[in-house]
Design a protein around this ligand. Structure first.
Ligand code: ADP
Ligand code: MG
Length: 315
């Protein structure tokens, strides 16, 4: 087989735990399987591929699990929860993809790489949390969550209230050499899951973990740059990026330039905790030499690859 272009596919954490589902493990497996239909299309075309995934809903659920049982078992810090989820979600994606490849008689190796991502230990987000995690909270319950549980809670514009955690910006992938080695050898990777485990470098050169959740879209653009990918697919819960999202004058976008993306961002069309980082990731990737970014829904990735749906961002 001759290998084609290199792509990064970023699956939304909300694609695996859906907004209006309970999010039980049966649903997570079913959603994981169906989220890979489009990925298989790229593999059939011979792409070199790195798959990454969000963890917002899952990490929030695991925090609740830890907090509810802290009188029974010692709690785990957020950084370790992110690492655990790279394993758990990576396993579900890896096995689901291996099974799909078997059914399609495609002989490619699939491997999950535990990934640490360098951040600045003085990143402003550590003091001002912005990353939405866990379930949505009813407006009348917000006070209790803040006062009694000590959570930071913010409004996800147009959607509701949610817990927020620190989300430092990704600078560099620690395991980039091994990731490049595996990609060059045509291994399909699942890496930088949940945006990667945030770490910083101490004065003596050693790594130290940070309790936060990196935005997976920003991390995906760092990953895409580091493997010199041609294409970046950001798959989420909407078919297209919109201007005036959920307003009567909403306009869905088919294709925009980086300049237009920047302009719409400045005009405030893309909220910080949701669409904002996807657009920023697209800008960063194209400016670093990437060819195209496609933002669209997980279900319609097959059509988005053909250019029939999704929003395309190019130079
Ligand atoms: P993911 O888990 O895929 O990262 P997010 O919730 O972080 O999902 O971001 C995707 C969500 O952003 C969409 O489901 C949509 O509700 C919301 N959104 C906010 N602004 C826009 C916009 N301008 N166009 C499209 N979707 C938007
Ligand atoms: Mg997100």
């Amino acid at each position: 087989m001759r290998y084609g272009p290199t792509a990064v596919v970023a699956l939304g954490g909300n694609a695996i735990t859906r907004e209006f589902e309970e999010g039980n493990i049966t649903q997570q497996w079913a959603n994981t399987r169906s989220s890979l239909v489009g990925v298989v299309e790229l593999i059939k075309k011979g792409y070199r591929l790195a798959i990454t995934h969000g963890n917002g809903p899952q990490v929030g659920n695991n925090l609740i699990r830890v907090e509810a049982t802290r009188h029974m078992v010692p709690p785990l810090p957020l950084g370790v929860i992110v690492a655990d989820l790279q394993g758990g979600m990576g396993y579900m994606i890896q096995q689901s993809l291996q099974n799909k490849l078997k059914m399609n008689h495609i002989d490619r190796e699939v491997c999950t790489v535990l990934t640490q991502v360098l951040v600045d230990k003085n990143d402003p987000s550590i003091l001002n949390p912005t990353k939405f995690v866990g379930p949505f909270i009813k407006e009348e319950d917000v006070d209790e969550m803040v006062q009694v549980r000590g959570w930071a809670v913010k409004e996800d514009p147009g959607r509701g209230y949610r817990r927020v955690v620190p989300s430092p910006s990704p600078l560099e992938i620690v395991e980039k050499e091994i990731i490049n080695f595996l990609i060059r050898n045509e291994v399909i990777l699942i890496c930088s899951g949940g945006g990667g485990i945030p770490v910083y470098i101490e004065e003596n050169g050693t790594y130290e973990g940070v309790d936060g959740v990196i935005d997976k879209d920003l991390a995906a653009s760092v990953l895409a740059k580091e493997i010199e990918a041609d294409e970046l697919y950001i798959l989420t819960a909407v078919d297209k990026v919109a201007l005036n999202y959920r307003k009567p004058n909403e306009i869905q976008l088919d294709k925009i330039s980086v300049d237009e993306a920047r302009q719409y961002m400045e005009e405030g069309h893309f909220p910080k905790g949701s669409m904002g980082p996807k657009i920023q990731a697209a800008i960063n990737f194209i400016e670093a030499g990437g060819k195209v970014v496609v933002i669209g829904s997980v279900e319609k990735m097959k059509d988005a690859i053909k250019g029939k749906t999704g929003t395309r961002i190019e130079a």
